[in-house]
Design a protein around this ligand. Structure first.
Ligand code: G3P
Length: 223
């Protein structure tokens, strides 16, 4: 499963990239607004750090302006993926831009039929927002499972990008369900390698090794 980071913060992106497991980045207007800097410049900076897909979202809501904005975003770098909302005009723009070989991430997906339509319109990625569904008492991961089955039934190549991830369990479930990609905030990426038993076990290994070194003649104790 590919792992993207869901942020427009350059420090977080650099730190996640340094782990060696980062495959891409997702941004949205809210994440870019949080940075308080020019969006185009920030997207250029992000694309220099990460060579995998970097999603950049349009803010237009009508077909023609969406297409123009998508074309402009695609000019920023060759790894930009244009993000369009799962609304009718977004679907139309998805078809128009996909036909021009521009990769599209259909975002704000909350039900499987939106994902079926996005695949028919040629989307590269579909982004079900699992955390926001959970927030209102639904089961976000169930939508991912339904999309997986629909795509597999018909052989659609659109990749499922599980988004709006809140905790590591969302990542586990995404991987078990066969989500192609998961995008997580930096906080969640930092959590994935943590386990108290790993820390306790490592301390014991190191303490036992040190004890052995100290007991051996001619071997200076470890500092
Ligand atoms: O990638 C989608 C994401 O940015 C939405 O996450 O946490 O705002 O629901 P959230």
């Amino acid at each position: 499963m590919d792992i993207y980071i869901d942020t427009a913060n350059l420090d977080e992106i650099q730190q996640a990239a340094a782990l060696g497991i980062l495959d891409g980045v997702t941004t949205n207007p809210s994440l870019l607004a949080r940075e308080g800097t020019d969006s185009q410049t920030r997207l250029e900076e992000i694309c220099r750090v990460v060579r995998g897909p970097v999603s950049a979202e349009v803010v237009a809501t009508e077909h023609e302006p969406m297409v123009s904005e998508g074309l402009a975003l695609a000019q920023i770098a060759d790894n930009i993926v244009v993000k369009l909302p799962c609304i009718e005009t977004g679907l139309q723009a998805c078809k128009t831009l996909s036909d021009q070989k521009i990769r599209i991430n259909m975002t704000l997906c909350f039900q499987p039929l939106q994902a079926l339509m996005a695949a028919k319109a040629g989307a590269f990625l579909i982004s079900p927002f699992v955390g926001r569904v959970d927030d209102v008492g639904g089961d976000g991961m169930e939508i991912v499972q339904q999309i997986r089955q629909i795509y597999d039934n018909y052989g659609y190549k659109t990749k499922i990008l599980t988004a709006s991830i809140r905790h590591p369990q969302h990542l586990v479930q995404a991987a078990l369900m066969g989500s192609d990609v998961a995008t997580a905030p930096f906080k969640v990426i930092q959590q994935v390698m943590k386990h108290p038993l790993t820390d306790v076990g490592l301390q014991k290994f190191l303490a036992d090794y040190k004890k052995l070194q100290e007991s051996l003649p001619h071997h200076p104790a470890l500092a």
